[in-house]
Design a protein around this ligand. Structure first.
Ligand code: FES
Ligand SMILES: [Fe+2]
Length: 438
């Protein structure tokens, strides 16, 4: 059982918190490149509890700055994005992407004030359609982490962003919990690919977990027959990444960055990719548009309900939320879908955020299938406290190659060791295929 104090340590991410300081050791993916155009509307962003604004300047360079103007705190989300800077609409102070003052039109010309004042700004980098920022205080940020989805050619990958109304860890825990998949996502009418999925033949997986430099490997074993076991290994990677294995009917690797917007809201960046070949056009079509009116693991174009520009990540808010009932349909629960919830990611989101944005973990009753969650929490608490108390830096913070990892799903002879058999396939090599038959 978890103490209330540990629950607080794990879930609070704002400035001055232990988890917040630990997360700020890592680069954070925060926006799709395509969401910002040169000299177009700045976008309201919030990360780790900090109110920010993202924009792209006239040269195409991305900027991520404080929302509050350092003059008297007017919101820069209303700023004019013009001539290589963002200009506050209140008194016209203008800043470049590094936060340097470019103009103070209402100040005496000889004023030296513009040399003293700075707008808070975080460094940004851009790679393969994703904008990243570093919110730590290192003068020299480390290199961007090498995570395979962001290194493969654009035609191999589909990426989506959406907002979920719960704490980052609550969402993350749903994706290292392999036991729920054939139940929550199943059907009762015998139709559909998930019902034919091998994982559904044994609903009582046995878990084996292993601490790694990058985080935790969570292996689940299901018995296929006397000679064959089916192993699925999900990965947790610091600070907020999960990787999900492919399966024969869905041969894509996928995963998420569960980026904390604040303690109670999460930006869910999802990626699906094939490591050595372009995605099938049909697959991309389904991921982008949904399947027969239902959502896949990705939020489809139909799911979004954009909010006003004052709402952080307003373009990525969906209509499937706690206050809309997530589109729950009792009738479909009686006739077709086990959950009555209209699609994969909604089923997960409803279970993760339907009761409280931060669940009181002292009230849980953890069981055998929660082994991976227990180990991940333990690893997080140890690493966060070691950083808080002694400044210890987690292995991956300074070594980008730490994250070249894949999740795997393999049929192995009964009794075979998943770690030995999976060690090659669990290593990501850009351009290389799975290395085993799905
Ligand atoms: S508050 Fe922004 S210029 Fe005055
Ligand atoms: Fe799920």
């Amino acid at each position: 059982m978890m103490t209330a104090e540990d629950n607080e340590t794990l879930t609070r991410v704002g400035p001055g918190t232990a988890m917040g300081a630990w997360m700020r050791l890592f680069w954070i993916p925060f926006y799709p490149s395509g969401g910002l155009s040169p000299d177009s509307q700045p976008k309201r962003v919030k990360l780790l509890g900090e109110d920010l604004v993202a924009f792209r300047d006239s040269d195409g360079k991305p900027g991520l700055v404080a929302n509050a103007c350092p003059h008297r705190g007017a919101p820069l989300m209303f700023g004019r994005n013009e001539e290589c800077g963002i200009r506050c609409v209140y008194h016209g102070w203008k800043f470049d992407i590094s936060g340097k003052v470019m103009d103070m039109p209402a100040e005496p010309e000889q004023s030296r004030m513009r040399e003293r004042v700075r707008l808070k700004a975080y460094p940004c980098q851009e790679r393969n359609g994703v904008l990243w920022t570093y919110m730590g205080d290192a003068a020299e940020p480390p290199a961007l982490p090498e995570i395979e989805f962001n290194l493969v050619p654009a035609e191999n990958v589909h990426i989506s962003f959406r907002v979920q109304e719960c704490n980052w860890l609550q969402a993350l825990e749903g994706e290292i919990d392999s036991a729920h998949a054939p139940i929550l996502h199943g059907r009762i009418d015998g139709g559909g690919a998930i019902n034919q999925w091998v994982a559904g033949q044994d609903l009582r997986p046995k878990f084996e977990c292993k601490r790694r430099d990058f985080g935790v490997s969570i292996a689940s074993r299901r018995i296929v027959d006397a000679e064959t076991h089916y192993w699925r290994v999900n990965q947790y990677m610091a600070p907020f990444w999960t990787l999900v294995p492919p399966q024969s009917k869905f041969p894509e690797l996928s995963g998420h960055a569960w980026v904390p917007i604040d303690d109670e809201t999460t930006l869910c960046l999802m990626f699906s990719y094939t490591p050595a070949t372009p995605l099938y056009p049909k697959t991309r079509e389904v991921l982008a548009n949904g399947h027969r009116g239902r959502e896949t693991g990705h939020a489809s174009v139909n799911a979004f309900e954009p909010q006003p520009p004052t709402t952080p990540y307003g373009d990525f808010r969906t209509r499937f939320r706690p206050d809309t009932g997530y589109g729950f349909d009792y009738q479909s629960q009686q006739t077709s879908w086990f959950s009555g919830l209209p699609g994969l990611w909604i089923q997960d989101a409803a279970c993760q955020s339907g009761v409280a944005p931060i669940f009181d973990r002292t009230q849980e009753n953890l069981c055998a299938s929660d082994t991976g969650i227990v180990m991940t929490r333990r690893m997080l608490l140890e690493s966060v406290k070691a950083h808080r108390d002694g400044g210890a830096r987690p292995a991956g913070a300074d070594k980008p190659e730490t994250f070249m990892v894949r999740a795997i799903s393999m049929h192995l002879p009964a009794g075979a060791d998943w770690e030995t058999a999976g060690s090659g396939p669990m290593t990501a090599r850009v351009g290389a295929d799975f290395g085993y038959v799905l």
